[in-house]
Ligand binder design. Structure first.
Ligand SMILES: *[C@@H]1O[C@H](CO)[C@@H](O)[C@H](O)[C@H]1NC(C)=O
Ligand SMILES: *[C@@H]1O[C@H](CO)[C@@H](O)[C@H](O)[C@H]1NC(C)=O
Ligand SMILES: *[C@@H]1O[C@H](CO)[C@@H](O)[C@H](O)[C@H]1NC(C)=O
Ligand SMILES: *[C@@H]1O[C@H](CO)[C@@H](O)[C@H](O)[C@H]1NC(C)=O
Ligand SMILES: *[C@@H]1O[C@H](CO)[C@@H](O)[C@H](O)[C@H]1NC(C)=O
Ligand SMILES: *[C@@H]1O[C@H](CO)[C@@H](O)[C@H](O)[C@H]1NC(C)=O
Ligand SMILES: *[C@@H]1O[C@H](CO)[C@@H](O)[C@H](O)[C@H]1NC(C)=O
Ligand SMILES: *[C@@H]1O[C@H](CO)[C@@H](O)[C@H](O)[C@H]1NC(C)=O
Length: 446
């Protein structure tokens, strides 16, 4: 049971670092439990206007081998309540699904509903292959069983899935003239921007939120992520930052004493005895990273953690403070602290060299939005590349915040970030409609 849980948590934590949805899970379920839920069959229930469909998708888009024509059922969700219809060429917003069940994404990405109502758009959420129920080979166990079944698990294939499905859907709805805008956050944001670059004839624009597309070797410094994590904590509280900084030495010091690991295991109420101080330090590092990445209103996990560290009773020592902080963090509130082993993984498949020059030469109609409190903003596009490849960022705000459901309590800077996005998209659509009108006047269609 414990081992199973650890594998689930571990596989989930690998993706945690590039995902939007965990940001909005209820506090206690946010990490331990939502990770489990995502692997299990339990699915969120969407409101009835979100209708689920399945598309018979091609397994391999890039090969003529007989097995390439194997198919699988790909899930997609449509909400058409705001759609102006094909006859008015009303737009289609497509969420390029990422490493989560698409129902979770449709549930939390409420900003898409807002822009859909504003632009009378059709909303389409497509699930990424190998996630949720969109499993090649039927079952997850089969799909993940060996290198040959996993060979079709790539973002290149996923983008081709989206191209095929969108083309089918537009034909099905007689909506060939409706402009498509790809939307996504985090890895989904990377997919949205890549989709616009790779399939410009299918999507006329992309809104990519918190998409660390520059986070690859030689483009941005690889410690950029942790530089932002550190900055977030330092800004929240200098004394909290100091306590954390000193705690790394303190953990090693205690670990080196006789029975030191046992003492540390007790201080941190670990579920199993620690084998090394590194284990504990890696785990704490992840807790801080996740807190910074999801440092969104209303409860601001970094402040939550620092308030606990700073607010520990007078005389509490460094490790005592860190332990109180851990307990009140988004990883806390558990009967004991499950410290899992975090093996650094190779970023294979996440290589996109020279993206900047690609954007320079081929990009247009892409919005990169970021909140600078998001550690991933260190790999985001923060400069305007051209008139139509633009960066919108706010000093506040963390991962994917702009895509989440707008709330009456949202701060002014967030409302204004979203309004800027809407007005840029408005410009694209106006231009598109003008061009369509012009080409129709000249007797051409499409
Ligand atoms: C256009 O399509 C919408 C939605 O399908 C429909 O409600 C409306 O009646 C249509 N309008 C015209 C003028 O055909
Ligand atoms: C991989 O797994 C699939 C599905 O379980 C199976 O059909 C296939 O024979 C396996 N291939 C190899 C090389 O083990
Ligand atoms: C597309 O067309 C088929 C049959 O013509 C239909 O069953 C399906 O529900 C249609 N709609 C969508 C959104 O795929
Ligand atoms: C310590 O090592 C054992 C054996 O490898 C492992 O089962 C256990 O989970 C480790 N403890 C922690 C806290 O990771
Ligand atoms: C942290 O939580 C655990 C489990 O509820 C508890 O046993 C422990 O005393 C707490 N530690 C601190 C420092 O509050
Ligand atoms: C990452 O890849 C390199 C070279 O491809 C390999 O030498 C190294 O062992 C890998 N590291 C991990 C953690 O898998
Ligand atoms: C990029 O351009 C957009 C639209 O003109 C503007 O709103 C935004 O502030 C610019 N971003 C930067 C980083 O200068
Ligand atoms: C669209 O066409 C109108 C009328 O011809 C023109 O005033 C407007 O500037 C055009 N807008 C764009 C974005 O091209």
């Amino acid at each position: 049971m414990a081992l199973r849980l650890s594998i689930q948590l571990l596989s989930w934590l690998v993706v945690l670092l590039a995902i939007c949805v965990s940001a909005t899970y209820p506090k206690t379920a946010r990490l331990g439990l939502s990770g489990k839920a995502m692997e299990s069959k339990s699915e969120v229930r969407l409101p009835p206007e979100f209708v689920t469909y399945f598309y018979t998708q091609t397994l391999d888009h890039f090969n003529y081998r007989p097995e390439s024509y194997t198919t699988f059922q790909q899930r997609y969700i449509i909400n058409s309540v705001y759609w102006g219809g094909a006859n008015t060429s009303s737009p289609i917003f497509v969420y390029t699904g990422d490493e989560a069940s698409i129902t979770d994404v449709a549930m939390v990405a409420g900003f898409i509903t807002e822009i859909a109502s504003h632009f009378k758009a059709l909303m389409v959420f497509i699930e990424h292959r190998y996630y949720g129920v969109s499993m090649p080979f039927g079952l997850r166990e089969e799909a993940f069983s060996n290198a040959s079944t996993l060979g079709y698990f790539s973002s290149t294939q996923a983008l081709a899935d989206y191209a095929e499905l969108i083309t089918y859907l537009k034909r099905n709805l007689s909506a060939e003239n409706s402009p498509v805008i790809a939307v996504g956050g985090s890895y989904g944001g990377m997919l949205a921007s890549w989709f616009r670059l790779k399939y410009p004839h299918i999507a006329m624009g992309a809104l990519a939120s918190s998409a660390p597309i520059l986070y690859f070797d030689d483009i941005t410094p690889q410690n950029g992520y942790f530089v932002v994590v550190t900055k977030d904590f330092r800004e929240a509280s200098e004394s909290c930052y100091d306590t954390i900084r000193q705690s790394w030495f303190e953990i090693d010091r205690v670990a080196a004493e006789p029975n030191g690991l046992t003492v540390l295991s007790q201080i941190f109420s670990t579920c199993k005895p620690l084998n090394s101080s590194q284990e504990l330090k890696d785990y704490l590092g992840l807790v801080y990273a996740a807190s910074a990445q999801y440092d969104n209103p209303p409860d601001y996990p970094v402040n939550m953690l620092c308030n606990a560290i700073d607010g520990a009773p007078e005389g509490t020592d460094i490790l005592g403070r860190i332990s109180v902080g851990l307990n009140s963090s988004i990883f806390g509130h558990q009967p004991c602290n499950y410290i899992f082993d975090l093996k650094p993984s190779n970023k294979s498949g996440w290589i996109w060299q020279d993206i900047k020059s690609v954007l320079d030469n081929f990009g247009s109609n892409i919005i990169f939005s970021n909140g600078l409190r998001d550690p991933y903003s260190s790999g985001g596009v923060l400069q305007n590349i051209s008139d139509s490849v633009v960066a919108i960022y706010t000093a506040q705000g963390a991962h994917c915040l702009d895509l989440l459901t707008p709330l009456p309590s949202d701060p002014v800077w967030l409302v204004s970030q979203r309004n800027t996005e809407i007005s840029i998209i408005e410009g694209w659509l106006t231009e598109y409609m003008n061009a369509t009108l012009a080409s129709n006047t000249h007797g051409r269609s499409g």
